[in-house]
Ligand binder design. Structure first.
Ligand code: MG
Length: 178
């Protein structure tokens, strides 16, 4: 019989954040991508707005779960611990594998079409830290899932900013406030 253990949200959040850190991704790196994506459309957007948006996206359980699943698979593949042919598919970042994109994309849907189109853009252009992870994947480790997960966090945070800035504009608030 299985022992039932209720996992507290706090434990999930901490695990997801520390995995990101351990794998060399800083929240500031993701915020930089968000700034690059959204500053052309939102005058007055600051890096702090972008970092806040990244942090708030990371509060979502759905994204935390995706991070835990994806990073775990990257790490197991790095240690050669998966069974074949999955081991080779993930370790070699096989182009037609696609589960890395699918897992990441799933957590972007709740941020609207801007989230989804930004994810597509980042997947193609591999901006900033995403490019670094992609390069590291070829040389020093397995980041098959993580590059897409980072793209999905950046895309979700971008979608969130686009909608919030519009709300503020329409409500007559200064975009720099609150
Ligand atoms: Mg990938």
């Amino acid at each position: 019989m299985r022992n039932y253990r209720k996992v507290h949200s706090y434990e999930v959040k901490e695990a997801a954040l520390s995995k990101l850190r351990e794998r060399g991704v800083k929240l500031e790196d993701i915020a930089e991508i968000v700034y690059e994506m959204q500053s052309p459309y939102n005058a007055g957007l600051t890096m702090e707005d972008c970092l806040d948006s990244v942090k708030s996206v990371l509060e979502k359980r759905e994204i935390q779960h995706a991070l835990l699943v994806g990073i775990e698979l990257d790490e197991l593949a790095e240690k050669g611990m998966l069974s074949e042919p999955l081991q080779t598919l993930i370790a070699q970042d096989e182009g037609l594998f696609g589960c890395d994109e699918t897992l990441a994309l799933g957590s972007v849907f709740s941020y609207g079409s801007i989230g989804v189109t930004t994810f597509g853009h980042l997947d193609r252009h591999k901006t900033g830290i995403i490019k670094k992870l992609d390069t590291k994947s070829n040389n020093t480790g397995v980041f098959t899932f993580l590059d897409d997960l980072v793209a999905s966090i950046a895309a979700a945070a971008s979608g969130r900013i686009a909608h919030r800035f519009r709300d503020r504009e329409e409500n007559g608030f200064d975009v720099d406030a609150g």
